[in-house]
Design a protein around this ligand. Structure first.
Ligand code: SF4
Ligand code: SF4
Length: 222
């Protein structure tokens, strides 16, 4: 899932214009699961904005709505009426959701209420960790399903670096060494021989380094 974090209330107050009707727009998918931008967070942020507005005389008129997915035009339809009634939208979607709303409503200011962080999973209660940097050319099969591009702090495709202590990463001692994990995983699945191969340099043109990426499925175009 896409993992995001809420911006602080002081940040939101700096961003939002005074004397405006604001729609706090949540998203019911990834950011709901990571407790950043779902219905519950929409309610919490809306209440905080109302309280701040009253206390500081900011003149906010705050309304709330959560749709299933902000990054999908089919679901954005459900927000049209609410968006048309307000001056600005405070989106609690990920960066893609915010931009999808801004592209759809050309004359409506749309503000990002979240900081979109990474693609990851819930590792344990209250802890989300990054698992994929979306490099565009997946090599997980070479590493037993553990991504060295993302989970090794030095992004080594031919590791380890030799700096780990116990099972901890030299750069991030709070995280396990990805190469230790890769070793144990390959051992468990009987593929340790993969480590004898030297991986060639990765093709980074498929990553964001090659510019914004587009996928075109000709078989789905009319
Ligand atoms: S190799 Fe690339 S696509 Fe695959 S998990 Fe790692 S970053 Fe993601
Ligand atoms: S200690 Fe392990 S995870 Fe950390 S940089 Fe070195 S090889 Fe990568």
């Amino acid at each position: 899932m896409i993992v995001a974090e809420r911006k602080s209330i002081p940040e939101l107050l700096d961003m939002l214009p005074n004397d405006s009707k604001i729609l706090v727009l949540g998203c019911g998918t990834c950011v709901t699961v990571c407790l950043a931008g779902g219905e519950r967070e929409v309610s919490i942020i809306s209440s905080a904005l109302r309280i701040a507005s009253k206390a500081r005389g900011l003149g906010y008129e705050v309304s709330e709505l959560t749709i299933e997915r902000q990054c999908d035009n089919v679901f954005i339809e459900q927000a049209i009426e609410a968006i048309e009634k307000v001056d600005v939208v405070l989106s609690l979607g990920c960066g893609a959701g915010v931009q999808a709303i801004a592209e759809r409503f050309l004359k409506k200011p749309v503000y990002a209420g979240l900081n979109t962080k990474f693609l990851g999973i819930l590792e344990e209660r209250g802890v989300w960790t990054e698992k994929c940097s979306q490099c565009g050319s997946c090599v997980l099969h070479e590493y037993g399903g553990i991504c060295p591009v993302t989970r090794c702090a030095k992004h080594l495709l031919n590791g380890p670096c030799g700096g780990s202590r116990e099972d901890r990463c030299e750069v991030r001692p709070d995280r396990p060494c990805a190469w230790q994990l890769i070793y144990h995983r390959l051992k468990n699945i009987g593929q340790l021989e993969r480590l004898e191969k030297i991986e060639p340099p990765k093709q980074w043109s498929a990553s964001l380094s090659g510019g914004p990426r587009v996928i075109i499925r000709e078989d789905h175009r009319i």
